[in-house]
Ligand binder design. Structure first.
Ligand code: OX2
Length: 820
């Protein structure tokens, strides 16, 4: 090879023939080349930040090449591609994940150490790309990783939010939100493609006319926004592929309102500029909940319209036709947020590519598929008709026609059953219903755990399922365990490699090779020693951030997830106070020391959720400062929960709290991450907990509470929370209203006991309390027997393989997307 070529050129050259250019890399040479090009320096005189950027850029360039070669191969073979549309991708950090996937971690660690840099310090510079709220967004990222690792051509589409999920601080016991300016450092992962910007039209009106006997429709008098794509490359473990996550950023068209400038209305012109660019400014911080805001609708349309236009353009370039779209392209709608795909694909095919309605509808239906992630009624998206029509007049007229035809069809299927027909309509009661739009069109609809899919089939989507049951299926969620186990718990991973070999790195089901060691005292002791190390690491972080000393020999009982009433953090903290009272009453009693650790963000406007955070913080102050209970009970609320914090907490967990009211948590994925790290679940039979229970059996999980059907039955009979209050529980509730916690939580107690806010105790916290306390006693009893607990932990690790996102993505590929 020509000596004058730099590493970048060499990689380009190699990649033409070799899908693994990473194998030929010389880390020091590559870093020096990049440093010279970007900063005009070399490792010897670079700063840590320069090294960080140079390393990221080197990795990005490598992935760019991999993606180009992989893309060409897919094009040559005319492989079917999948496009995953999601308003959220909770990517977390990228650097360590990419180096790990490319098999370059150890080499770069060494090269940097030789130059006097600690790679862990460099990782710490890498910001979380927090372009999502919680499980839904993280799932999208896990699926990108898995698909890439399995060489599936998959492109993610989302929005380049300038501000991701807010940073959380607790100020005087109350959650405050601060902007997350992740692009300051995170921009290094993004590659802008200004030339591929796409026009997206808002507002105006619909005009119809005849053109040589052809009926034509168009949107006129609209305002344009340009959507500029930014590519983030996604690596996969030990794979030939590299895929792209395309993030759209809103910009005003260059030519826009030049008139205002020439009129000298400089300020107004710039104002409109800013208005257009607000579309991609900030992620809506609500999880499992909608706010029907105009800006949110604009975000959704920006994502959908820009993505579909670019998909169609690429498709046409390859095949010179759109009629084979369903054979070559699968477009997946991740929850209803991108449901506008249905009318927008129709619009593009009809208005811009001259298809008739029937053919366009056939193509649309066969191309689109939809995942539902929640049955919570406040999360089912509905748009006010006036708002919708004002912003998207042409898309609205298409929705009307979809609805007209749908109702015609339903009248034939369910004659005169107006209740049902109204329930199934796309437009009704002055609202556009996004779930029904997906149900009317998509060729496949799936839930995210067995229980959740049953509830879709027999509950909220029953009427649709009756007509076409073959469209409905389950794909239980999965996690990218190479991030959540292999990268976040290197101690356990190295140990497992020695003990059972490295097969589990390729196939998570190989973790079952651990099972034969379940009675091996040495192995059990080793596992506990690793857990203890991870607990020490977390204890150090807690001391550093919260100034609280926790005992690594206590049970680390962990609830980390979005704060939502249905997830019942309130149940957990009420029980903590209940334990507190027990210890106070009997300070010399035999009590297994415990540390309860919480981390959770509440949606900014969700006051009840913020009150629950305040209660946790207040309880932690009282308990952590009470010398009577000090070595027995601690409570910690860790601020600013995010992917990178989860990666430190999860390996240190003994107990995983999955305590939602049965029937409400669609799946949960934190439950899987904790399980694969050896935490034992205390939980209800909800979401994927049901399947975790199937895997580990009664012996290796702490179940409690009502089952989903029992919850329903209790509602039917009439739920009276006061009937479930024992004197001990009453005493706990009294703590909340008495002021001993430094403030009073009357609202929270009211929400449990009175109907003032609607239903009393809508998530049946009190009804499940006694059985939860019983299950917690079981936890303490079992933990006394260290070996027994270690065995439970081992079995949880061994049986977690099924929850790999590799398995989940394969099911999507085979049963929904029809990929080869
Ligand atoms: C979440 C669900 O609440 C959770 O149960 C599930 O595991 C996750 O999605 C991934 O499927 N917003 N967040 C969710 O649903 C919605 C809507």
């Amino acid at each position: 090879m020509n000596k004058k070529q730099n590493s970048k050129q060499k990689i380009q050259k190699l990649a033409e023939n070799d899908a693994r250019p990473e194998r030929a890399i010389q880390p020091t040479e590559l870093l020096n080349d990049t440093l010279r090009r970007i900063f005009g320096c070399e490792l010897a005189d670079a700063t840590q930040k320069q090294v960080y950027r140079a390393l990221c850029i080197s990795v990005r360039e490598l992935l760019t090449e991999k993606n180009r070669v992989f893309g060409n191969r897919c094009t040559e073979k005319e492989r079917k591609e999948v496009y995953y549309m999601s308003m959220e991708f909770l990517v977390g950090t990228s650097l360590r994940n990419n180096l790990f996937n490319l098999g370059l971690e150890a080499e770069f660690r060494k090269a940097l150490a030789d130059a006097g840099f600690d790679i862990d310090e460099i990782y710490a510079i890498d910001p979380d790309a927090g372009l999502g709220n919680g499980g839904l967004g993280r799932l999208a990222s896990c699926y990108m990783d898995a698909a890439t690792g399995m060489d599936y051509p998959m492109t993610g589409f989302s929005i380049r939010y300038e501000f991701g999920i807010f940073k959380q601080k607790i100020v005087d016991g109350w959650q405050m939100e601060f902007p997350d300016n992740w692009l300051e450092m995170g921009d290094v992962w993004l590659q802008a493609r200004e030339d591929d910007a796409v026009e997206v039209k808002f507002g105006g009106e619909v005009r119809e006319w005849m053109d040589n006997d052809r009926f034509k429709v168009a949107q006129v008098g609209y305002s344009s926004v340009m959507a500029v794509p930014y590519d983030m490359y996604i690596s996969g473990y030990d794979s030939d592929a590299a895929n792209r996550l395309v993030l759209w950023s809103a910009k005003l068209p260059q030519s826009f309102d030049m008139a205002a400038f020439s009129r000298g209305d400089y300020v107004r012109a710039l104002e409109r500029n800013a208005m257009a660019e607000t579309i991609s400014k900030v992620l809506y911080p609500a999880d499992d909940h909608i706010q029907g805001k105009r800006l949110r609708l604009k975000q959704q349309y920006l994502l959908v319209s820009a993505s579909l236009q670019s998909i169609l353009k690429k498709h046409y370039k390859k095949y010179r036709t759109y009629t084979n779209l369903p054979e070559k392209v699968a477009i997946h709608i991740n929850d209803t947020h991108p449901a506008l795909c249905v009318p927008e694909l129709m619009r593009l095919l009809i208005d811009e590519h001259d298809f008739g309605w029937d053919e366009a509808w056939d193509i649309t239906c066969r191309t689109l598929s939809y995942t539902n992630h929640t049955v919570m009624s406040e999360a089912l998206e509905r748009w006010n008709v006036d708002l919708f029509r004002e912003q998207l007049p042409r898309v609205y007229s298409i929705c009307q026609e979809i609805n007209r035809r749908l109702i015609e069809h339903l009248c034939a299927v369910y004659p005169n059953d107006w209740g049902k027909i109204n329930y199934m309509a796309v437009i009704a009661n002055n609202e556009v219903r996004m779930a029904n739009l997906c149900l009317a069109a998509c060729h496949k609809v799936n839930g995210v755990s067995k229980l959740h899919t049953d509830i879709l089939r027999n509950g909220i989507f029953r009427d649709y399922c009756q007509i076409t049951p073959e469209r409905f299926l389950n794909v239980t969620n999965g996690i990218a365990y190479r991030r959540w186990l292999c990268q976040s718990d290197p101690l356990l991973t190295d140990y497992l490699k020695q003990l059972i070999g490295g097969d589990f790195l390729r196939d998570a089901r190989a973790l079952e090779k651990l099972l034969p060691y379940q009675n091996d005292e040495k192995v059990l002791a080793d596992l506990m020693a690793i857990k203890r190390k991870n607990k020490e690491r977390l204890a150090a972080l807690i001391e550093n951030q919260n100034g609280v000393r926790v005992d690594p020999d206590s049970i680390f009982d962990i609830q980390i997830k979005r704060l939502h009433e249905y997830k019942r953090q309130l149940l957990n903290i009420l029980h903590v106070l209940y334990l507190y009272r027990q210890i106070k009453a009997n300070p010399h009693g035999d009590f297994m020391p415990r540390t309860f650790i919480f981390a959770a963000k509440a949606s900014a406007g969700y006051i009840r959720a913020k009150q629950i955070i305040s209660l946790i913080v207040a309880a932690s102050k009282l308990i952590n400062n009470d010398p009577d209970v000090n070595d027995k009970l601690k409570v910690v609320f860790l601020e600013d929960y995010k992917v990178s914090l989860a990666e430190i907490i999860i390996p240190a967990a003994d107990i995983s709290e999955q305590i939602s009211i049965a029937g409400k948590e669609a799946s949960g994925t934190g439950n899987m991450k904790l399980m694969i790290n050896g935490a034992v679940t205390i939980g209800t039979l909800d979401g994927a907990n049901v399947e975790i229970h199937e895997q580990v059996g009664d012996e290796n999980i702490f179940l409690f509470g009502m089952k989903a059907h029992e919850v329903e039955e209790l509602w039917q009979r009439g739920y009276h929370p006061t009937e479930f209050i024992t004197p001990e529980l009453q005493a706990v509730l009294d703590m909340l209203t008495s002021g001993v916690l430094g403030q009073r939580f009357d609202d929270l107690v009211d929400s449990l006991l009175t109907n003032r806010f609607g239903t009393a105790d809508p998530y049946m916290t009190l009804a499940d309390f006694q059985d939860y306390a019983r299950a917690q006693r079981d936890v303490a009893a079992v933990y006394q027997d260290k070996q027994r607990f270690a065995r439970m932990s081992l079995i949880n690790i061994a049986k977690a393989g099924i929850f790999s996102s590799d398995r989940a993505v394969k099911e999507y590929a085979d049963e929904i997307w029809n990929l080869d």
